[in-house]
Design a protein around this ligand. Sequence first.
Ligand code: NAD
Length: 317
Amino acid sequence: MLSDKNILITGGAGFIGSNMANLLMKTNQITVLDDFSGGKHQNLKLPEQPKNLKIIRADLRTRDFFKKLDDHYDLIIHLAANSDVRSGSEDTETDMQINVIGTHNLLEFMRIHDCKELLFSSSSTVCGEADILPTPENYGPELPISLYGASKLANEGFIWSYYHYYGIKPLIFRFANVVGRNSTHGVIHDFIIKLKRNPEYLEILGDGSQEKSYIHVDDCVNSMLHVQERATKGDVVNLGNDQRTSVTKIAETVRDQMGLKNCEFRYTGGVDGRGWKGDVKIAQLSTDKIKSYGYKNRLDSDGAVKQSVSEIYEQMK
Ligand SMILES: NC(=O)c1ccc[n+]([C@@H]2O[C@H](COP(=O)([O-])OP(=O)(O)OC[C@H]3O[C@@H](n4cnc5c(N)ncnc54)[C@H](O)[C@@H]3O)[C@@H](O)[C@H]2O)c1
């Protein structure tokens, strides 16, 4: 486990970022940079020694954040982004501004301040509708079908180029669907909110047969840190699970765990059965590489969904 390091976590008040910050602040000096557009202060547990945690409200889209940060960080974990994949079907600016420009600004900060280590949150969406499942890290051509996926692919390109030009060592993690406590969005979060509002029926986007692999946030965060300790050079690593879970199965899990046996499912049908235009219908990343690093997930896809329903429902009570 990392200790005594000065670590910057962008998006550290968001879902994955707060889980990462809450773990690392036990043994390190943590700076959370977040504009709080989606993140919340209450996601962060105040550490025993509050001087271990610095919270900076800043927007990555402009370089004003440079002067708010320390001169140097041992490690930067970049999780800030527009994480709403759906928004790109109507809003063509946000993924470009936050994800692409924001990440480039952060890379410039790293170059100028000689920060060498970066953990980056990419996504399975960079591969688009891959015709190889499970999809390995070296799959190509990568043809994203959403602006979000395109922005993450652009990020990967910029990051890899900074690796070669400036020696910034990146570990690029392509996440499957991450679920668990402090969720700010996603299918489980949406279903619970809808059913709390009206327990009689559940609107399901698409035809319910969309299948993806889900990973619990604890496995996501722990596997990133596991690779960080072992990788000797830059790498791209998928983080997911070997099995897929359908949207209908998630709906059934949420319904059963909320004790709503008579709730009716109403499918929107969506676009070709997808939740929305740009939604990849079937996604599953190969986990061979993360296994070769010696990490084994604690929960499989169904187990991650089940535990997350309890955690998110409990937090919303
Ligand atoms: N959750 C998933 O299933 C998943 C899957 C693949 C990739 N990812 C990626 O992982 C990262 C974390 O995702 P998450 O699910 O925790 O999302 P999240 O929305 O909960 O967290 C993102 C955080 O970034 C902050 N932020 C947004 N715009 C910002 C800006 N301009 N400047 C500074 N901060 C800003 C938000 O306030 C939020 O706290 C994101 O990069 C996301 O794209 C997530």
